[in-house]
Design a protein around this ligand. Structure first.
Ligand SMILES: Nc1ncnc2c1ncn2[C@@H]1O[C@H](COP(=O)(O)OP(=O)(O)O)[C@@H](O)[C@H]1O
Ligand SMILES: [Mg+2]
Length: 252
């Protein structure tokens, strides 16, 4: 398993205020990595820099060993799924997924076939001709994922994609995203402030606080061997309390 993406000594400040400080990490090919941290710790800024829609002050980004630090977003082979899926309300599922392909000369001709194939793979084959408002929040988010996958990225970034969903839809979508990952074998970087989400989905978790990486390890290691008091409280204590409250409410 090779290294897909490598970030070295990345730094970024806004108006003199450091937002990312000497960030270095690598993501393996085909890995599901979560970036876990409280609001304001720099997660969205980091994703925006990785896909190339935000500049940065120092550091280097390598993809497949190639320096892509100044590559145009459309040349990076990365897709992103945001919290607000922003589907076109007047278009069907099929039309929404085909839309992005129409602007891609290499894929335009086969747009319909590509879209049909991906919609089937994300489990929305039955919903092809429905408009977004006829779908659940989780289904709408899967349309957004299909739209991103249609452009054949080899890395997909997620920025808190569950935030707008209710609890039941969140649980379902967790499973579906994992399912989509195993079908497509794509490297995924998943940003969340939700400990359970990170722990239930990831091969490794990168815990951030105040623009710095505190720990990057498997869920098991982060839970049992938190790097410092912050990680201990933010992760271990939080999850233990969660388990205790489930035990108390169910009597298990
Ligand atoms: N365009 C911007 N201009 C100034 N400050 C910003 C801008 N974008 C983000 N910030 C600041 O950078 C910090 C990190 O923000 P963000 O990356 O959105 O964090 P997160 O996604 O973890 O909540 C916050 O303090 C935020 O206020
Ligand atoms: Mg954010």
């Amino acid at each position: 398993m090779g290294i897909k993406l490598s970030i070295e000594h990345l730094s970024k400040s806004f108006g003199g205020k450091p937002v990312l400080e000497d960030i270095s990490f690598a993501v393996n090919d085909g890995e599901f990595l979560s970036i876990l941290g409280a609001s304001g710790c720099g997660k969205t800024t980091l994703l925006r820099i990785l896909i190339g829609i935000e500049g940065f002050d120092g550091g280097t980004i390598y993809k497949d060993g190639k320096n892509i630090s100044s590559a145009h977003p459309s040349d990076r082979g990365m897709g992103i799924v945001f919290q607000n899926y922003a589907l076109f309300p007047n278009m069907t599922v099929l039309q929404n997924v085909m839309y992005a392909l129409k602007f891609d000369p290499a894929r335009r001709e086969h747009a319909r076939d590509i879209a049909l194939d991906i919609i089937e793979k994300v489990g929305l084959g039955e919903q092809l001709n429905k408009k977004p408002h006829k779908l659940s929040g989780g289904q709408q988010q899967r349309v957004a994922i299909a739209r991103t996958l249609a452009l054949s990225p080899d890395i997909v970034l997620f920025d808190e994609p569950m935030s707008a969903l209710d609890a039941a839809n969140r649980l379902t979508l967790r499973r579906e995203i994992k399912d989509i990952q195993s079908k497509f074998g794509i490297t995924m970087i998943y940003v969340t402030h939700d400990q359970e989400e990170a722990f239930s989905m990831s091969e490794r978790i990168m815990v951030m606080e105040g623009g710095k990486i505190l720990q990057l390890d498997t869920p098991k290691e982060v839970y049992h061997h938190p790097a410092n008091d912050f990680v201990h409280n933010f992760v271990t204590v939080h999850l233990e309390e969660k388990i205790r409250s489930i035990q108390e409410s169910t009597g298990v």
